[in-house]
Design a protein around this ligand. Structure first.
Ligand code: 0X9
Ligand code: ZN
Ligand code: ZN
Length: 418
């Protein structure tokens, strides 16, 4: 009898899950042109159920730049009517977020012989993968625990490169700073897989791994990533508690010690771009920054985000250009050229403050100011058709094309020692 009751309970839960938290939610894109438009967006952001996707906060919304946001099912028609009334045109990027969420897992093929790199994986699967790929490739991969998350999960770093008796110049590559950007951890795993697969057969990859080490953090914001699977698919921040507030989490990419919280960040813990109580308040940020600070010879810093198809470089905290602007711009231009050669995917590139928005406390600016002069943020696919819900069928083409850009930069770094 008890067992029966229990089964009934499970059935009710799964019916609820099928209806879904995001049923009827829409994602709209609009391009405000005047103060009235901006005011309307601000108003909507206070009163309605709005989740900014691109940019990530109402504070970053300006005229002549498009805005993507998710709007709760119960508010959509009212907001659409309001937009029509003030003559602000919009596109519906996603009609029904819930439907798309289910389509995200659109790849049915499974490779029974091993890890399926063309699927999104839960953290426990990624953690086992980290252990397995290390054990299977002792000459190329070593695993380090560089710290713990707020909820005490391990933060791992894989050093990928031929083992030598001395320290080699290194390229730092991290993924999963933002929880909902699932294509990012998928890319870091893809990168490690390709490195071990091609070593010894592909001359370019073999040279890179003989002469360089890649320091890969597959998921920085582990707690956020877990939460984006378990509770809220669109969670962005860490999961640390904020004393005095009911809102949880800090934006790790506003928490680095680079002109911290001076621009394009929020002091409000309820905001998606909350900068935290002080620089490096987040254990995840402290772990990564601490590792980079003490490591001998990091020559490039690469960080993977999504979405919007961009290759960005410093500065974000100011409109000023870096001393090596010309070199960074040429590198970015050549990297995106290599990327687009495979499937024609078009990327924008340039200093982030100019190309997207000014914002302080980002990992790329921090690494640059530490002396790592080749510092890039990649925003992978797409440009808004699926946004964070990029289907699994796009993992392969996205990762393959991104490999070309990363390998281009790595080769450049190898040939330009400093
Ligand atoms: O705003 C961000 O943190 C990044 N975009 S995202 O959509 N993935 O959130 C861009 C980071 C660019 N660099 C800095 N802002 N420092
Ligand atoms: Zn991001
Ligand atoms: Zn984003």
């Amino acid at each position: 009898m008890e067992a029966l009751l229990f089964l009934g309970f499970v059935a009710i839960i799964s019916v609820e899950a099928a209806v879904g938290k995001y049923a009827g939610d829409k994602v709209l894109r609009l391009r405000p042109e005047n103060e009235q438009h901006l005011q309307f967006i601000r108003h909507v952001s206070h009163s309605a159920e709005v989740d900014f996707w691109q940019p990530h906060s109402v504070e970053l919304v300006t005229t002549n730049r498009s805005v993507d946001f998710r709007i709760g099912a119960g508010w959509a028609s009212e907001v659409q009517a309001g937009l029509n009334k003030i003559g602000l045109k919009y596109d519906i990027l996603i009609e029904n977020v819930q439907n798309l969420m289910e389509k995200q897992f659109d790849r049915n093929k499974t490779d029974s012989t091993g890890y399926d790199y063309e699927k999104y994986h839960r953290w426990d699967e990624i953690e086992s993968w980290i252990a397995k790929i290390t054990i299977e490739n002792p000459k190329l991969v070593s695993r380090f625990k560089i710290g713990h998350s707020y909820e005490r999960r391990s933060i791992y770093l894989l050093r990928v490169g031929k083992r030598t008796g001395f320290m080699k110049p290194a390229i730092f590559l991290d993924c999963g700073i933002h929880a909902r950007e699932w294509i990012s951890p998928a890319f870091c795993q893809w990168f490690v897989k390709e490195a071990v697969r091609n070593y010894g057969s592909d001359p370019a990859m073999t040279t890179l791994l003989n002469k360089l080490d890649f320091l890969v953090v597959p998921v920085i914001n582990v707690d956020g990533y877990v939460y984006s699977w378990a509770r809220d698919r669109f969670w962005r921040k860490t999961r640390s508690r904020n004393p005095g507030s009911r809102c949880v989490g800090t934006d790790p990419n506003r928490n680095f010690d680079a002109k911290w919280c001076s621009i394009g960040a929020s002091r409000d813990p309820c905001d998606d771009i909350y900068c935290g109580s002080h620089a490096e308040s987040e254990k995840e940020v402290k772990a990564v920054a601490g590792f980079i600070r003490q490591y001998c010879c990091i020559k490039a810093y690469l960080t993977i985000h999504s979405y919007s198809q961009m290759c960005l470089f410093p500065y974000s905290y100011t409109y000023s250009l870096t001393p090596n602007y010309k070199e960074l711009n040429t590198m970015a231009s050549d990297a995106v050229k290599a990327l687009s050669s495979l499937h024609g995917t078009q990327y924008e590139y340039g200093p982030a403050a100019i190309i997207i928005y000014p914002s302080a406390g980002g990992s790329d600016d921090w690494a640059y100011d530490l002396g790592i002069k080749y510092s890039f943020t990649f925003e992978l696919r797409d440009t808004g058709t699926y946004g964070f819900l990029l289907p699994e069928s796009q993992i392969r083409p996205t990762c393959e094309e991104t490999m070309l850009a990363i390998n281009y930069i790595a080769t450049y770094v190898l040939n330009h020692p400093y």
